[in-house]
Design a protein around this ligand. Structure first.
Ligand SMILES: *Cc1c(COP(=O)(O)O)cnc(C)c1O
Length: 416
């Protein structure tokens, strides 16, 4: 009998198993039957410290019994106040606009950028530039600025046109800079949005901080808005709180979601510069920022995020990240010697590699076989095509991480 649940990014027609999870702790998921599964991808990049992390779970329970939800147009509450202040301190950007997912905080960023120019009397600035292989979410606007392909082909008529700069492959960075500069020089350039240091869903593609800094410099030189989508890279994933920190870059608009609550509840924030806020600030109602959703700044989600800031303040989070990064580096060194494994790369807590795929339409078949291979070993590792990666919660044990490294190495048997 078919389940009434229609799962995301799941082809139910393949009849693949859908395990039922009843409990989670640290980097462990427990099935109905008591089996333990290592969550090596932080349940799709959200869980930072670990599942059901006690200080965050406590804050959620407490807030739920006090003030759950409040209309946020014209009203406010303490968890949102505390969170916004904390985020200003972390990002160096003075204003926080709340929403509830990575996709929506990206939509908000795009609307802020176009509103900014319109309110300044430069309404011709309507064009957005993006990086090749980018991913910014699955709503219509977020899809429009992401890589086009099988995932959005059916919705193509709904997507708006963007300029695309090439991915800055090592040695070919100048092509990226030239394309970005050409875009910035055009009259209709509004902003450039990019995932700092790591393009996640596009295949875990990494580029160095110096490239990020140069792209930000080019935008600033032309007065074009630089928008950083740190939905995935934020909250320590790349080794620092924000990936932008490694490049000394302060964007005009910054998108945060996923790890903002430690991964416990959906919440997102779009941080804006003084100039962006200022262009909307007027006695004129037509310059109001017209965006909201029912659960904007949900008080329970904000309390979870405030508790997450507390974890960062009170616990040795950076030390855990450094330790995890060092273990990932050791794993990467081991994997680099495995035949069939290519492009082993590491950025902070993230390790990624490509399996060598021989010529011929072999590619399509590998991903589900890899998925099954890891599942049989009790590991939640979900490859992107022939690219496998680990992005575990920071509390993953050294033993579990080693099991993941070994499984990544052993999976080359599927290539035979
Ligand atoms: C996951 C992701 C998004 C979308 O976030 P959702 O919460 O899934 O809507 C946007 N940008 C990046 C870089 C992401 O990794």
């Amino acid at each position: 009998m078919r389940s009434p649940i229609w799962h995301p990014f799941t082809q139910h027609g393949l009849g693949e198993p859908i395990p039922l999870i009843t409990r989670a702790e640290g980097a462990s998921l427990y099935t109905q039957d008591g089996d333990r599964i290592v969550d090596a991808i932080s349940s799709w990049w959200v869980t930072t410290h670990g599942h059901a992390y006690p200080p965050i779970a406590r804050a959620i329970a407490e807030q739920a019994g006090k003030l759950d939800q409040l209309i946020f147009a014209g009203w406010t509450h303490q968890p949102a106040q505390d969170l916004a202040e904390g985020l200003v301190g972390i990002t160096g950007l003075p204003y926080a606009f709340f929403s509830d997912s990575g996709s929506t905080c990206v939509e908000v960023a795009l609307k802020m950028a176009l509103g900014h120019w319109r309110h300044l009397g430069q309404g011709q600035r309507q064009r957005i530039a993006v990086m090749q292989h980018s991913y910014h979410g699955d709503t219509i606007g977020a899809m429009s600025i992401g890589e086009r392909g099988v995932y959005n082909a059916a919705y193509e008529p709904l997507l708006f046109a963007v300029d695309t700069v090439p991915f800055p492959h090592a040695g070919a960075e100048q092509a990226t800079y030239d394309a970005l500069a050409a875009f910035c020089a055009s009259d209709d350039a509004a902003g450039f949005i990019v995932e700092p240091l790591v393009l996640g869903a596009g295949g875990m593609l990494f580029y160095p901080p110096a490239v990020l800094a140069e792209m930000a410099r080019i935008c600033a030189a032309h007065g074009v808005l630089f928008i950083a989508d740190e939905v995935m890279t934020g909250w320590g994933r790349t080794g620092t709180m924000l990936a932008c920190d490694q490049a000394g870059v302060r964007p005009d608009i910054l998108c945060l979601a996923k790890g903002i609550t430690g991964g416990a509840l959906p919440l997102a924030v779009t941080m804006a510069s003084e100039a962006i806020y200022e262009s909307h600030y007027a006695p004129d109602r037509s310059k109001t920022f017209f965006h909201s959703s029912s659960y904007t700044a949900n008080a329970i989600a904000c309390a979870a995020a405030v508790a997450n800031l507390g974890v960062w303040r009170d616990e040795p989070v950076q030390q855990r990240i450094d330790t995890l990064a060092a273990r990932q580096a050791a794993g990467a060194a081991m994997l680099a010697n495995v035949a069939g494994v290519e492009n082993v790369r590491q950025c902070g807590t993230i390790l990624a590699l490509d399996y060598h795929v021989p010529q011929g339409g072999y590619l399509s078949g590998l991903q589900p076989r890899l998925l099954a291979f890891f599942r049989e070993r009790g590991l939640l590792i979900r490859p992107l095509g022939n690219t496998a990666y680990l992005m575990p919660p920071y509390s993953i044990t050294p033993e579990d991480l080693t099991s993941c490294h070994q499984a990544l190495a052993e999976a080359v048997e599927l290539l035979a």
